[in-house]
Design a binder for this molecule. Structure first.
Ligand SMILES: [Zn+2]
Length: 119
């Protein structure tokens, strides 16, 4: 009986963690060359133009989604990745060492640590 209860608790915890991991994000974190360039709300209209020696990326935040509108990288892969809005979603531009991440708001890194929801 006790084992069944523990199993159920573990199952519920698993469900909760899955739901948390798949929810809509609240913030956008832009990282350039391993350093945080800035953190922005996903719900404020914004256009970011990030110029580097290696090239330029134009990032748009609009309507709760974020995407790369323009880039002059050789592969254009970051533009083709399209719009993201889910928590833990990322767009990467390898040639420009640029990473766009959607986080859950507040402390962005916390949802990656399962320990934070175990009490
Ligand atoms: Zn790119």
């Amino acid at each position: 009986m006790l084992a069944a209860g523990l199993l159920l608790a573990a199952f519920l915890l698993f469900l909760v963690m899955r739901l948390r991991g798949q929810g809509d994000g609240e913030q956008v974190r832009v990282t350039v060359d391993g350093k945080t360039y800035g953190t922005y709300s996903l719900f404020e209209e914004r256009k970011l133009c990030i110029r580097q020696e290696s090239g330029t990326n134009v990032i748009r935040i609009s309507g709760g989604t974020v995407w790369v509108e323009e880039a002059d990288c050789p592969d254009g892969y970051c533009v083709r990745q399209g719009k993201i809005h889910r928590k833990n979603g990322t767009i990467v531009c390898l040639p420009h060492k640029l990473v766009i991440e959607v986080t859950g708001g507040g402390d962005g890194g916390q949802e990656l640590q399962p320990d934070a929801v175990v009490h």
